[in-house]
Design a protein around this ligand. Structure first.
Ligand SMILES: [Zn+2]
Length: 323
């Protein structure tokens, strides 16, 4: 009896697991908090996989950099995990192969095969959350890069003299176009004496303003909140235009935690995208759409890795010397 395909998605705060049925729909889900350190992480993932049984195949997505061999060199999202062969340790614990990739790469695979980009041959996906993750399908193939590190769009520099980034450089796109970015832009406006409605929602403290407060005020039509969202959409569009200029996709999928507010900012993103695109009047414009699979996208994509042999080379080559 087929047990289905299972996928695990490791994020900074939780590990989410799903099992897909024969039609690709999620038939079971389980989650555990993400523990600190690689041994505890592998034990938690093995426990999650056991809880999800029965399944036939298992795949794994991990937030941050992951080599083609499933090693995590270091991840700002995973505390105490460094130079950890997570894939090999989990395979040893479970006795099955566990194809492994970056979680945004997994989300891209999921949205491409089963979600908002289904049927497209060329796709750009961005996940707007605490930071920005990304993934690409080019010419009908999921792009991993030579070592597994493709798609780090959040650290595209969009302002060399800009805001310092956790990566040690300045002006990375995710400082402006992520959930953290929208909160910074809102606090700057609030401290300048604007955004009265938003500050009210934050309990009267400009320092406490977060993205959710901006979304809530914008939903009620507050013009100052809508102006902050428009400024945020301008930054999102700037980065997306660079990605569209490079890869000429058919569909741009916007997901991640901010994807739930997509109805508020996708229209301004589409408008600003035209401003930033090279030759917007003499080219095909991609559809810009909200992700369809929500927070399960990474785990669903991890489950699909096992059926995507072309996506994961069996010989990861010289990854080790560069890891
Ligand atoms: Zn950076």
């Amino acid at each position: 009896v087929p047990g289905g395909r299972a996928g695990l998605d490791v994020g900074g705060t939780k590990c989410l697991g799903v099992v897909l049925g024969a039609d690709g729909g999620v038939v079971r889900e389980a989650r555990v908090p993400t523990p600190r350190g690689s041994d505890a992480l592998v034990a938690a993932l093995a426990g999650l996989a056991e809880e999800l049984r029965p399944w036939d195949t298992l795949g794994l997505g991990i937030a941050g950099r992951v080599t083609l061999g499933g090693e995590v060199p270091a991840s700002p999202n995973l505390r105490g995990v460094r130079d950890a062969p997570v894939r090999a340790l989990l395979e040893a614990a479970l006795g099955v192969p566990v194809p492994t990739a970056n979680d945004a790469t997994c989300a891209t695979l999921a949205e491409w095969r089963m979600g908002a980009a289904r049927g497209a041959g060329d796709v750009v996906l961005v996940t707007l959350g605490t930071g920005i993750g990304g993934g690409f399908v080019v010419g009908g193939r999921l792009v991993l890069g030579r070592h597994g590190f493709a798609g780090e769009v959040g650290h595209m520099v969009v302002d060399p003299d800009g805001i310092p980034c956790v990566c040690g450089r300045r002006g990375c796109w995710e400082r402006y176009a992520s959930g953290a970015g929208i909160a910074v832009q809102a606090r700057v406006a609030a401290e300048a004496g604007r955004l009265d409605v938003v500050v009210g929602l934050a309990g009267g403290d400009p320092e406490a303003v977060r993205g959710e407060h901006v979304h809530a005020a914008a939903r009620d039509g507050d013009p100052e909140a809508l102006a902050v969202l428009d400024g945020f959409a301008w930054w999102v569009a700037l980065g997306l235009a660079n990605l569209v200029n490079v890869t000429d996709p058919e569909v741009v999928v916007v997901g991640g935690g901010l994807g739930t507010a997509a109805d508020l900012f996708l229209e301004p993103v589409r408008r600003h995208l035209r401003e930033w695109l090279y030759s917007p009047d003499e080219r095909y414009l991609p559809a810009v759409v909200a992700a369809g699979l929500g927070e399960q996208a990474g785990a669903i994509g991890a489950a699909l890795l096992a059926a995507e042999p072309a996506a994961l080379p069996s010989d990861p080559g010289n990854e080790r010397q560069l890891a």
